[in-house]
Ligand binder design. Structure first.
Ligand code: HEM
Ligand code: MG
Length: 236
C-alpha cells in the first residue's frame, strides 16, 4: 500500500530525527526525504495520518527552525536537520554527539542507555525517560569536552522524550511498550505488524504539555559547560 514501510535507497535523504525518518520510510513524507516545506509536514496532515499528532505550535516552531538548517529559502531535507546547534544537539538518545563523529545515524551503543532502561518490566515511562536523559548527559560529560547543555538543549530533549513515549505509547499515561520504542528507533518503522496502533487520542497541546511537565518534574537537570546562554544557529 501507499504507506508500506520501505528502507530508504542510498540517494534518499535521512537525518537525525527518527520520527521524520519513519514518516518518510512509510511515505507520509516524501520518500526521498527532500523538498520538505512547511505545508508538507503541517498542512498535508502527515503528522496526523502517521501519528495522530496535531499540528501544535511546538511542531510549527520545530518545522520553521528546520528551514534555518539550509540555504534553500523554503524547504529542507531530512539530512539538513543535522546542522549542529539549530535543532540538533548533544546527548541524543540514539545518535552520537557531533564532536564525536556522527550525529545523524542511529548508533546502537548510544541507544543502549535507553534500550536497557526501566529493567524488569516491558515498558518505558516518564521516570525512566527522565533517568535516561540524565544518564546520556552524564556519559557525554565524560567523553565530549565541547558538550553543549543549556536550557535550550534541555527543552528540546524533553520534547523528544515526550515524542517517543506518546507516539509509540500513551500520551496520557506516558507509558510506551519497549518493543515498539525499540523498533521505532532501530528500524525507523511503525511497529504495525507487532500490534502498534496510531494513538486513539489526538496528541495535542494539552495532553502533550502535561506529559512534558511530568518528565520535567522528575528531572534534576542543571546546565553545564562553557556555553551558558541558550542560542540558536541561524544558518549553515
Ligand atoms: C530528534 C521524534 C518531529 C527534528 C528526535 C528524537 C525523537 C524524535 C524521538 C530524539 C532522537 C535522539 O535523541 O536520538 C519525533 C517525532 C516527531 C518529530 C515523533 C513528530 C511528532 C520533528 C520535527 C522536526 C524534528 C517537526 C523539525 C523539522 C528533529 C531533529 C532531531 C530530532 C533535528 C535531532 C535532535 C538530536 O537528537 O540531536 N525526533 N520528531 N522532529 N527531531 Fe524529531
Ligand atoms: Mg544529536
Amino acid at each position: 500500500s501507499a504507506h508500506q514501510w520501505q528502507a530508504p535507497s542510498p540517494t534518499d535523504s535521512r537525518g537525525p530525527c527518527p520520527g521524520l525518518n519513519t514518516l518518510a520510510n512509510h511515505g507520509f513524507l516524501p520518500r526521498n526525504g527532500s523538498n520538505i516545506t512547511i505545508p508538507v509536514p503541517l498542512v498535508q496532515r502527515y503528522l496526523i495520518d502517521g501519528f495522530n499528532f496535531q499540528p501544535i505550535n511546538l511542531l510549527r516552531i520545530g518545522a520553521k527552525l528546520g528551514l534555518l538548517t539550509t540555504d534553500a529559502e523554503d524547504s529542507f531535507t531530512l539530512n539538513n536537520l543535522a546542522l549542529h546547534g539549530t535543532l540538533e544537539h548533544d546527548a541524543s538518545l540514539s545518535r552520537n554527539d557531533y564532536a564525536l563523529g556522527d550525529n545523524v545515524h542511529f548508533n546502537e551503543t548510544v541507544f543502549t542507555t535507553l534500550a536497557n532502561s526501566n529493567p524488569g518490566v516491558d515498558y518505558y515511562n516518564i521516570t525512566s525517560a527522565a533517568q535516561v536523559m540524565e544518564q546520556r548527559l552524564a556519559e557525554d560529560k565524560i567523553v565530549n569536552p565541547t558538550l553543549i547543555n543549556t536550557a535550550k538543549e534541555f527543552a528540546v530533549r524533553i520534547v523528544e522524550s515526550g515524542f517517543y513515549l506518546s507516539v509509540m505509547g500513551n500520551v496520557t499515561t506516558g507509558v510506551a511498550p519497549k518493543n515498539f520504542v525499540q523498533i521505532f528507533f532501530r528500524e525507523e518503522r511503525l511497529p504495525l505488524a507487532e500490534g502498534w496502533e496510531r494513538s486513539e487520542v489526538p496528541i495535542g497541546e494539552d495532553n502533550f504539555d502535561t506529559l512534558l511537565s511530568g518528565i520535567t518534574n522528575v528531572s534534576t537537570w542543571a546546565p553545564s559547560g562553557e556555553v551558558v546562554c541558550p542560542w540558536i544557529r541561524l544558518q549553515p
